[in-house]
Ligand binder design. Structure first.
Ligand SMILES: [Zn+2]
Length: 345
């Protein structure tokens, strides 16, 4: 085994094998200037009854993404242990220092937790927390739903997402779970430098892994909360942890999730220079290759024409930059296409 098998320094007062509802904290040591033996308390709620499967729900891995934490908190406060066959582990605010500071990165070490898996129990706070999730929490799970949004710089079409898994059985199982979650879209994508993400850790352990993108632009997306709250219930139904069939009707009248993919570098539109970006489409809108994606303005220079950007693919906008300043090399739009199972190797 690699070094990551070393014991976690995070202490959790929950008995994960006990039936009933437990709400408590995982306590991570954090020595500070004014508290040498200080801890950070990470909320965990576990509801268990019987021997059914274990569903892991995580939110707040990035602290400025709100819909997942709200949806998981709502479930955690209402889930009746008597209605459960299995175990539901709910962590609505995984990266609690970032959640309380309203930031993507962990303020105590400036790391992105979702870029430091499988972590290190002797590392920084983020590395220690990543290691705890991978080595203590994940081995209990049959499915993981890690709820994100596009943060502040992007908005996202309301969607689940997953890697294109080479194993056809796991791919089908994951797509079935995504269809049950019931977001308007499910996006299958090829990972780019993904080995350090939570999703990759979940997959390495042979566990079904779903992500979500339920809004962005730094605000609470009302429909994103509704889809997220319904989605976590739907996953519990899909796994047989609670009774009933998933509800997948969409606001626009569609009856189910539309499976999409992003596998082509041409799906991304980048800003060639820094400036003030004016987009032309909202997320979820259909666009065509060659259509104007927006303009980069140079407000500080008088009489300087904006640069016009165009999409390179037909499809639907998955991620769209907000009207605001972009840096040279930033993606300003990501276009998704309808899913095709014949994936190039
Ligand atoms: Zn995120």
């Amino acid at each position: 085994m690699e070094a990551v098998s070393v014991k976690s320094r995070i202490v959790c007062n929950i008995d994960f094998e006990k039936d009933g509802r437990q709400a408590g904290y995982a306590r991570a040591p954090l020595s500070r200037n004014n508290s040498g033996w200080g801890t950070v308390e990470i909320p965990i709620i576990v509801v268990k009854n019987g021997n059914g499967p274990t569903v892991l729900l995580t939110g707040g891995v990035h602290g400025n993404e709100y819909e997942g934490p709200i949806a998981i908190s709502r479930l955690a406060q209402s889930l009746d242990p008597g209605a459960v066959n299995g175990r539901v582990i709910m962590m609505p605010a995984v990266n609690i220092p970032a959640v309380l500071a309203d930031t993507r990165l962990t303020p105590v070490d400036n790391w992105d937790i979702n870029r430091c898996f499988p972590g290190n129990p002797k590392g920084t706070f983020s590395q220690m927390l990543a290691h705890f999730l991978d080595s203590v929490i994940l081995p209990m799970a049959d499915i993981s739903v890690d709820m994100h949004t596009a943060g502040t710089s992007f908005d996202s079409a309301l969607s689940t997402n997953m890697h294109y898994l080479p194993d056809a059985t796991m791919r089908e199982k994951t797509m079935a779970a995504a269809a049950a979650f019931g977001a308007p879209y499910n996006v299958v994508f090829g990972g780019v430098d993904e080995s350090s993400t939570f999703t990759s850790c979940v997959e390495r352990r042979g566990i079904i892994s779903l992500g979500t993108e339920l809004g962005g632009w730094g605000r609470v997306n009302i429909e994103g909360v509704r889809i997220g709250r319904r989605g976590v219930d739907n996953i519990l139904k899909h796994m047989g942890v609670i009774g009933g069939a998933p509800e997948t009707e969409q606001k626009d009248g569609a009856t189910r999730t539309r499976h999409m993919m992003v596998r082509d570098p041409a799906s991304y539109t980048f800003a060639p220079r820094g400036g003030l970006f004016e987009p032309t489409h909202y997320v979820g809108e259909e666009v065509q290759a060659g259509e104007v994606a927006g303009w980069v303005h140079f407000i500080e220079d008088v009489d300087t024409a904006p640069i016009e950007l165009r999409y390179a693919k037909d499809g639907v906008i998955w991620f769209g930059a907000g009207p605001g300043r972009v840096a040279r090399g930033d993606a300003v739009a990501i276009v998704m296409e309808d899913y095709d199972d014949r994936w190039p190797s």
